[in-house]
Design a protein. Structure first.
Length: 209
Protein backbone atom coordinates (compact mmCIF):
# COMPACT_ATOMS: atom_id res chain seq x y z
CA UNK A 1 0.00 0.00 0.00
CA UNK A 2 1.29 3.39 -0.86
CA UNK A 3 2.13 5.36 2.22
CA UNK A 4 0.82 8.43 0.48
CA UNK A 5 -2.59 6.83 0.34
CA UNK A 6 -2.82 6.63 4.11
CA UNK A 7 -1.53 10.07 4.95
CA UNK A 8 -3.85 12.45 6.67
CA UNK A 9 -7.43 12.23 7.70
CA UNK A 10 -9.66 10.55 5.20
CA UNK A 11 -13.08 11.27 6.60
CA UNK A 12 -14.98 14.48 6.19
CA UNK A 13 -18.42 15.96 6.09
CA UNK A 14 -20.39 17.60 3.35
CA UNK A 15 -23.97 18.34 4.16
CA UNK A 16 -23.78 15.73 6.88
CA UNK A 17 -22.35 13.15 4.49
CA UNK A 18 -19.05 11.69 5.56
CA UNK A 19 -16.86 9.48 3.42
CA UNK A 20 -13.68 7.50 3.77
CA UNK A 21 -11.45 7.39 0.70
CA UNK A 22 -9.43 4.30 -0.14
CA UNK A 23 -7.18 3.24 -2.96
CA UNK A 24 -9.27 0.56 -4.62
CA UNK A 25 -6.11 -1.35 -5.44
CA UNK A 26 -5.49 -1.72 -1.71
CA UNK A 27 -8.95 -2.96 -0.76
CA UNK A 28 -8.76 -6.71 -0.07
CA UNK A 29 -11.17 -9.27 -1.33
CA UNK A 30 -11.18 -8.25 -4.96
CA UNK A 31 -14.01 -6.60 -6.81
CA UNK A 32 -16.51 -9.12 -5.47
CA UNK A 33 -16.14 -7.78 -1.97
CA UNK A 34 -18.52 -5.19 -0.57
CA UNK A 35 -21.03 -5.80 -3.33
CA UNK A 36 -18.96 -3.92 -5.85
CA UNK A 37 -19.12 -6.64 -8.46
CA UNK A 38 -22.69 -5.67 -9.16
CA UNK A 39 -21.71 -2.21 -10.27
CA UNK A 40 -21.99 -1.39 -13.92
CA UNK A 41 -18.92 0.52 -14.92
CA UNK A 42 -19.26 3.14 -17.60
CA UNK A 43 -16.88 3.15 -20.49
CA UNK A 44 -13.95 5.39 -20.03
CA UNK A 45 -13.45 8.47 -22.12
CA UNK A 46 -12.33 12.01 -21.60
CA UNK A 47 -15.98 13.01 -21.52
CA UNK A 48 -17.22 10.71 -18.80
CA UNK A 49 -19.04 12.53 -16.07
CA UNK A 50 -18.45 16.04 -14.92
CA UNK A 51 -14.88 16.12 -13.72
CA UNK A 52 -14.72 15.87 -9.97
CA UNK A 53 -18.45 15.85 -9.34
CA UNK A 54 -21.41 13.63 -8.55
CA UNK A 55 -25.07 14.41 -8.01
CA UNK A 56 -26.16 14.01 -4.42
CA UNK A 57 -29.90 14.39 -4.03
CA UNK A 58 -29.79 16.00 -7.45
CA UNK A 59 -27.21 18.62 -6.49
CA UNK A 60 -23.84 18.74 -8.20
CA UNK A 61 -21.32 18.08 -5.49
CA UNK A 62 -17.56 18.13 -5.68
CA UNK A 63 -16.10 14.76 -4.83
CA UNK A 64 -13.30 16.43 -2.94
CA UNK A 65 -15.86 18.00 -0.62
CA UNK A 66 -16.97 14.55 0.53
CA UNK A 67 -13.54 13.89 1.98
CA UNK A 68 -11.35 16.18 4.06
CA UNK A 69 -8.42 18.12 2.80
CA UNK A 70 -5.10 16.56 3.57
CA UNK A 71 -5.78 13.07 2.28
CA UNK A 72 -3.40 13.49 -0.63
CA UNK A 73 -6.20 12.58 -3.03
CA UNK A 74 -7.49 14.59 -5.94
CA UNK A 75 -10.71 12.86 -6.96
CA UNK A 76 -11.07 13.46 -10.68
CA UNK A 77 -13.96 11.45 -12.07
CA UNK A 78 -16.69 9.27 -10.62
CA UNK A 79 -17.27 6.22 -12.79
CA UNK A 80 -19.93 4.33 -10.92
CA UNK A 81 -22.11 4.66 -7.86
CA UNK A 82 -23.93 2.17 -5.71
CA UNK A 83 -26.97 3.67 -4.04
CA UNK A 84 -27.61 0.60 -1.93
CA UNK A 85 -24.21 0.55 -0.31
CA UNK A 86 -23.62 4.29 -0.78
CA UNK A 87 -20.32 3.76 -2.49
CA UNK A 88 -18.62 5.71 -5.24
CA UNK A 89 -15.75 4.50 -7.39
CA UNK A 90 -13.71 6.44 -9.86
CA UNK A 91 -10.28 7.66 -10.73
CA UNK A 92 -8.10 10.16 -9.01
CA UNK A 93 -4.57 11.20 -8.35
CA UNK A 94 -2.75 10.32 -5.17
CA UNK A 95 0.92 10.89 -4.62
CA UNK A 96 1.21 12.11 -8.19
CA UNK A 97 -0.04 8.79 -9.52
CA UNK A 98 -3.32 7.88 -11.14
CA UNK A 99 -5.28 5.42 -9.01
CA UNK A 100 -8.81 4.08 -8.66
CA UNK A 101 -10.60 5.32 -5.59
CA UNK A 102 -13.38 3.85 -3.51
CA UNK A 103 -15.50 6.08 -1.29
CA UNK A 104 -17.34 4.33 1.51
CA UNK A 105 -19.56 5.79 4.18
CA UNK A 106 -17.51 6.77 7.19
CA UNK A 107 -17.91 4.11 9.84
CA UNK A 108 -19.15 1.46 7.41
CA UNK A 109 -16.53 -1.27 7.80
CA UNK A 110 -18.43 -3.99 5.94
CA UNK A 111 -19.51 -1.67 3.15
CA UNK A 112 -23.23 -2.38 3.28
CA UNK A 113 -24.39 1.22 3.54
CA UNK A 114 -25.35 0.93 7.21
CA UNK A 115 -23.26 2.10 10.12
CA UNK A 116 -24.24 -0.20 12.93
CA UNK A 117 -23.14 -2.77 15.46
CA UNK A 118 -21.64 -5.05 12.84
CA UNK A 119 -19.19 -2.33 11.93
CA UNK A 120 -18.40 -1.75 15.58
CA UNK A 121 -17.63 -5.46 15.94
CA UNK A 122 -15.16 -5.23 13.09
CA UNK A 123 -13.50 -2.24 14.74
CA UNK A 124 -13.29 -4.14 18.04
CA UNK A 125 -11.77 -7.26 16.48
CA UNK A 126 -9.09 -5.22 14.73
CA UNK A 127 -8.41 -2.73 17.50
CA UNK A 128 -4.76 -1.79 17.05
CA UNK A 129 -3.97 1.77 18.13
CA UNK A 130 -0.32 1.45 17.19
CA UNK A 131 -1.24 0.75 13.59
CA UNK A 132 0.12 -1.69 11.12
CA UNK A 133 -0.05 -2.76 7.50
CA UNK A 134 -3.26 -3.87 5.92
CA UNK A 135 -5.62 -1.58 7.75
CA UNK A 136 -8.38 0.31 6.04
CA UNK A 137 -12.07 0.96 6.45
CA UNK A 138 -12.55 -2.81 6.24
CA UNK A 139 -10.70 -3.24 9.55
CA UNK A 140 -12.26 -0.22 11.20
CA UNK A 141 -9.62 2.34 10.22
CA UNK A 142 -12.12 4.95 9.17
CA UNK A 143 -9.71 7.89 9.03
CA UNK A 144 -7.10 5.94 7.08
CA UNK A 145 -4.24 6.76 9.40
CA UNK A 146 -3.13 3.13 9.54
CA UNK A 147 -4.31 2.56 13.11
CA UNK A 148 -7.58 1.18 14.43
CA UNK A 149 -8.11 3.39 17.42
CA UNK A 150 -10.42 5.58 19.44
CA UNK A 151 -10.42 8.14 16.65
CA UNK A 152 -12.08 5.61 14.41
CA UNK A 153 -14.57 4.71 17.12
CA UNK A 154 -15.51 8.38 17.33
CA UNK A 155 -16.11 8.44 13.59
CA UNK A 156 -18.30 5.36 13.88
CA UNK A 157 -20.29 7.03 16.66
CA UNK A 158 -20.69 10.26 14.74
CA UNK A 159 -21.98 8.43 11.69
CA UNK A 160 -24.05 5.75 13.43
CA UNK A 161 -26.98 5.07 11.12
CA UNK A 162 -28.39 1.58 11.54
CA UNK A 163 -31.28 2.27 9.17
CA UNK A 164 -29.00 3.34 6.34
CA UNK A 165 -28.39 6.66 4.69
CA UNK A 166 -31.25 8.09 2.67
CA UNK A 167 -29.48 10.35 0.20
CA UNK A 168 -29.15 9.38 -3.44
CA UNK A 169 -26.03 9.44 -5.57
CA UNK A 170 -26.00 9.74 -9.34
CA UNK A 171 -23.39 10.29 -11.97
CA UNK A 172 -23.72 13.74 -13.51
CA UNK A 173 -25.32 14.03 -16.91
CA UNK A 174 -22.52 14.08 -19.41
CA UNK A 175 -24.57 16.02 -21.93
CA UNK A 176 -24.83 13.06 -24.24
CA UNK A 177 -22.57 11.58 -26.93
CA UNK A 178 -18.86 10.96 -26.61
CA UNK A 179 -19.25 7.21 -26.76
CA UNK A 180 -19.45 6.83 -23.04
CA UNK A 181 -21.95 4.03 -23.00
CA UNK A 182 -20.76 0.59 -22.07
CA UNK A 183 -23.83 -1.61 -22.07
CA UNK A 184 -22.23 -4.57 -20.43
CA UNK A 185 -21.21 -4.27 -16.82
CA UNK A 186 -17.57 -4.75 -16.22
CA UNK A 187 -15.99 -5.95 -13.05
CA UNK A 188 -13.91 -3.57 -11.04
CA UNK A 189 -10.92 -5.66 -11.89
CA UNK A 190 -11.36 -4.48 -15.42
CA UNK A 191 -11.98 -1.00 -14.12
CA UNK A 192 -8.70 -1.09 -12.27
CA UNK A 193 -6.94 -2.08 -15.46
CA UNK A 194 -8.70 0.50 -17.57
CA UNK A 195 -8.00 3.22 -15.06
CA UNK A 196 -4.34 3.05 -15.81
CA UNK A 197 -4.96 3.19 -19.53
CA UNK A 198 -7.41 6.06 -19.52
CA UNK A 199 -6.04 8.21 -16.74
CA UNK A 200 -3.85 10.43 -18.93
CA UNK A 201 -6.87 11.37 -21.01
CA UNK A 202 -8.88 12.13 -17.91
CA UNK A 203 -6.09 14.28 -16.55
CA UNK A 204 -5.90 16.24 -19.75
CA UNK A 205 -9.64 16.72 -19.74
CA UNK A 206 -9.51 17.84 -16.15
CA UNK A 207 -6.85 20.43 -16.87
CA UNK A 208 -8.88 21.84 -19.73
CA UNK A 209 -11.86 22.46 -17.55
CA1 LIG B 1 -21.99 -1.52 7.75
CA1 LIG C 1 -7.59 5.12 12.18
Amino acid sequence: MSMVAVLGLAVSAFGGIHYTVSNLNSVPGGPGAYGLSDLGVMGMSSEVGTPGQVLINGVLTNLDNLIPSGTGWDLLTALSVDNSNKQIVGTGIVGGTSAPFLLTLAGDADGNGLVNGSDLSIWQRHFNPLGGPGNGFWTGDFNSDGAVSGSDLAIWQQNFNPLGATFSIELPDTGGDQGISAPEPMTLTLLAISVGLAAPRIRRAFKRS
